[in-house]
Design a protein around this ligand. Structure first.
Ligand SMILES: Cc1ncc(COP(=O)(O)O)c(C=O)c1O
Length: 385
């Protein structure tokens, strides 16, 4: 069954007289029992923090999305990443994290994780099978983000998985970019796939949510136990909205993919743009890897402007009328950010000009081109550029 069909039906109540289309939201912290024995006999969910029927339906949808054996829901994409790591490390361990990883996860590794005696080493995203040279006796896990959410590097996941498996190292992939629709890390051998469901699944810029999907039941239990220990909990209202997002996910993402690709091609012909970083373009350095491992692209890509002053970059973004400045992607609304102030890398990626990230929403492509056209017209690039 195709995903669009699956997601139109998954987790819905049984159809009978007067049934609702989607599961109802059950708001509860305390769960009540009429028999005292039920509190401790292990047969029931006993407290609101352990979920509700709508949470169960949503977990089912995430497992179907990624061919996972189990799923833990988290309050944000960042907590989904940090939980996946925490579940797999102990004091004295070493972990490998892609240098292209999302900034706040880097902050988690360098501060909280370091405080508890776990060392993080950042590797070049194009490392491939050579990652085996960085794996130590105490390496516990590898965190990949493919593509990187600012600079769009694609990683050779099968080669990294092969090296990791040879040393019993767990591989975790932040799969947020693809929405799980055009990339299947668990099918490619990764152990855990992580989503910021804040993006496409929420889809409307109005909630925060995350999901950790594991390839095996054993790993899923490990993550769930860590989540329980930490007091991880998500609201049934948010879970309901994320499940609702699943219903239209395939259609929205297909349109956003087409729009982003068309806009990327338009930028590629613009004389004030130095480089377009979109993995579906043959100019992308990892295009062949993308073609091998992905079945499509997504709403998010980046451009490098020909060198110009920071003030020019800010003025350019401020002239845009349809692309608001905001830190997210995957929603119905187009967004843009300049990346340079937040680029923290152990290895300098050398873009050669200001890096701008563009998230395409559901607006019309011609309107988007016109918006960028008028904004770029006044951009003053440096004489020598
Ligand atoms: C790739 C990636 N992973 C994780 C996150 C964190 O997600 P959240 O905002 O839901 O915490 C983001 C947010 O921008 C992201 O881009």
């Amino acid at each position: 069954m195709k995903k669009s069909t699956k997601f139109a039906h998954i987790g819905r109540p049984e159809i009978k007289a007067g049934a609702s289309v989607n599961p109802s939201v059950m708001r509860a912290s305390t769960l009540l029992f009429d028999k005292a024995d039920d509190l401790y006999n292990g047969k029931h969910r006993i407290y609101g923090r352990h979920g509700s029927p709508v949470h169960d339906a949503l977990k089912q949808a995430f497992c179907a999305l990624e061919n996972g054996a189990g799923c833990t829901l988290t309050p944000s994409g960042l907590s989904a990443n940090s939980l996946s790591i925490l579940a797999n490390v102990k004091a004295g361990d070493h972990i490998l994290v892609s240098d292209s990883s999302y900034g706040p996860i880097r902050n988690f590794c360098d501060t909280l994780l370091a405080k508890f005696g776990v060392e993080t080493e950042y590797y070049l995203p194009n490392i491939g099978g050579d990652i085996s040279g960085l794996i130590r006796k105490n390496t516990a896990c590898i965190l990949l983000e493919s593509p990187g959410s600012l600079s769009l590097e694609i990683q050779d996941l099968p080669a990294i998985v092969k090296a990791a498996r040879a040393h019993n190292v767990v591989t975790i992939v932040d799969n947020t970019w693809s929405a799980g629709l055009v990339y299947a890390p668990l099918d490619l051998g990764a152990d855990i796939s992580v989503h910021s469901a804040t993006k496409y699944f929420g889809g409307h810029g109005d909630l925060l949510f995350g999901a950790v999907i594991s390839r095996t039941k054993q790993l899923a239990r490990l993550v769930e136990k860590a989540a329980m220990a930490l007091g991880n909990s998500t609201s049934p209202d948010d879970a309901y909205q994320v499940l609702r997002g699943f219903r239209t996910l395939v259609t929205r993402c297909a349109q956003q993919e087409q729009t982003a690709l068309a806009l990327a091609k338009w930028f590629a012909k613009h004389d004030k743009i130095k480089r377009v970083i979109h993995p579906a373009l043959t100019s992308h350095p990892d295009h062949e890897l993308w073609k091998r491992d992905f079945t499509g692209s997504a709403c998010l890509f980046s451009i490098v402007l020909r060198p110009c002053d920071e003030a020019q970059v800010l003025a350019l973004l401020d002239r845009l009328k349809l692309f608001a400045k905001g830190f997210s992607f995957g929603g119905f609304e187009s967004l843009v950010i300049h990346c340079d102030p937040q680029l923290t890398r152990s290895h300098d990626p050398k873009f050669g000009g200001p890096l701008i990230r563009i998230a395409c929403g559901l607006e019309d492509i011609e309107d988007m081109k016109n918006d960028w056209g008028q904004a770029l017209e006044m951009l003053k690039i440096k004489e020598s550029a």
